[in-house]
Ligand binder design. Structure first.
Ligand code: FES
Length: 126
């Protein structure tokens, strides 16, 4: 597999292959989020996964304000289940469903979406 040398410089924040397994769905509590980091040729691809029922939404875990992850650890993610996720640094609030920043220092910008699919009980890149 060839890894992209940088992350987040175009519309695709990684070059991991479709079908790449992120985690089992059973490790994603409904209405909660988890963060993952996957190595690239240089740096890491930071992924935020939000679960709603049998669906998982994916976003590059990179706040548009300062370009840093929304939180350092899963238990520090600020969530309103199925509604919003907020950045820990300056508390920009992003809509759960589409990553749009509806309040905060990067209002009007969005988290970069990452297509995910749930297949055979596994959360995978789409
Ligand atoms: S770094 Fe996220 S709101 Fe400022």
């Amino acid at each position: 597999m060839t890894l992209r040398p940088t992350c987040g410089v175009d519309s695709t924040p990684h070059n991991l292959p479709p079908g790449f397994v992120v985690c089992p769905l059973t490790e994603m509590p409904d209405g909660r989020g988890r963060m993952f980091a996957f190595p690239l040729e240089r740096g890491e691809f930071h992924l935020l996964v939000l679960r709603s029922g049998e669906t998982c939404l994916g976003y590059e875990n990179r706040c548009p304000h300062f370009g840093i992850p929304l939180a350092a650890r899963d238990d520090q993610l600020i969530l309103e289940s199925h509604q919003s996720v907020s950045c820990n640094t300056h508390y920009a609030r992003f809509r759960w469903a589409d990553g749009y920043c509806e309040r905060g220092d990067c209002e009007g910008e969005s988290l970069v979406p990452v297509v995910l699919v749930v297949r055979d009980g596994l959360v995978c890149l789409g």
